[in-house]
Design a protein around this ligand. Sequence first.
Ligand code: ADP
Ligand code: ASP
Ligand code: MG
Length: 402
Amino acid sequence: MLIVKKFGGTSVADKERILNVARRCVEEYKKGNEVVVVLSAMGKQTDVLLTQAREINPNASKREIDMLLTTGEQISVALMAMAIDSLGVPAISLNAFQVAMHTTSVYSNARLKRIDSERIRNELASKKIVIITGFQGINQVDDYTTLGRGGSDTTAVALAAALNADACEIYTDVDGVFTADPRVVPNARKIEEITYDEMLELASLGAGVLHNRSVEMAKKYGVQLVVRSSLNNTEGTIVKEEVSMEKLLVSGVAADRNTARIAVMGLEDQPGVAFKLFNHLAKHNINVDIILQSVGRDGTKDISFTVSEDNVDEAVEILERHREGSLKCHGIDVEKNVAKVSIVGAGMMTNAGVAAKMFEALYDAGVNIKMISTSEIRVTVLIDESYVDQAMKAVHDKFSLA
Ligand code: ADP
Ligand code: ASP
Ligand code: MG
């Protein structure tokens, strides 16, 4: 069997943990399996590097930031190869360049396009454990790119697909995917099985346990995932197309604090206004999330929407530039201390009243809702950031998820 194992930052945070992971990989290898290991940077190394960059130059180019960040993963793979070697098993570390993991050109948020698997296959054929840097790629001009925070999961899934692996295991610092972040909701429960669609929603709505693109890719290529702990041997969560259990009304609750709201007020109430507004942002690759438009009054209307907090300053700057020209609005208002809280569940599709139940939980907890958005399998509300933890607990309790 060919097995891809991915270990996150906490799992390789220090010498002991690296050796612990090395032992786990050697154990798998000694069963006669081919083992490909994907690693994140050690501990909080990526944050440390970002802080260093900001201290030197708050406006550092994304190219140089990616060049810097890729060093984090390079350290952990080299140390892991040394650790495995010390246990008497041949190992080799490879970075994105050496494998050739091709991505789109967007620095800091690139997408994997193609992986050359030849080098990896050759190394596996010579009986080595192959250890590969997560999170990084190379673009058309041979520059390093990164896949967005948490992107090592996506590297692992992409490799599992490219190598046609028999298993893709994501090892992390919790026992699996829970009904809510167990650090926020202590009585959250581990989920045994979850569908790609539900997991994709949860991951996209802030459940940081998996990078959302990794789930997207797993679904596209039919890669079954297991999310489990690197620190113990408990069975984890299986992420797959269909689950055998009854569809739950609500499978999980997620929160995303990395959100900001922009309100554009006094826009002309006529065709083309929304197009112009969002087209300015789209041209700069700024994704817009929940959108709310007020009822037109006296020939004007307001449009408010959410963006990732990372993009909010740039978004406002772009809109201010067009304020007098194509937008002709009266004012632009920004609120950064907001967060999204969402419930996700495939059973929602066929059940009325789920949203109302969530709103009731928030009402009972005294949490005011600023915006609402729904899809077939999710309900999202925008609230004040300081209420996130209590909102999550209240909603989690309401649906008896514990
Ligand atoms: P890694 O470094 O292994 O990739 P991450 O920090 O990216 O680890 O992801 C694991 C963390 O995700 C957990 O420590 C947990 O706090 C958080 N998390 C958020 N939502 C969930 C959830 N629904 N289930 C499990 N963990 C979650
Ligand atoms: N090291 C990167 C990060 O901290 C990628 C990852 O851990 O998946 O975001
Ligand atoms: Mg992660």
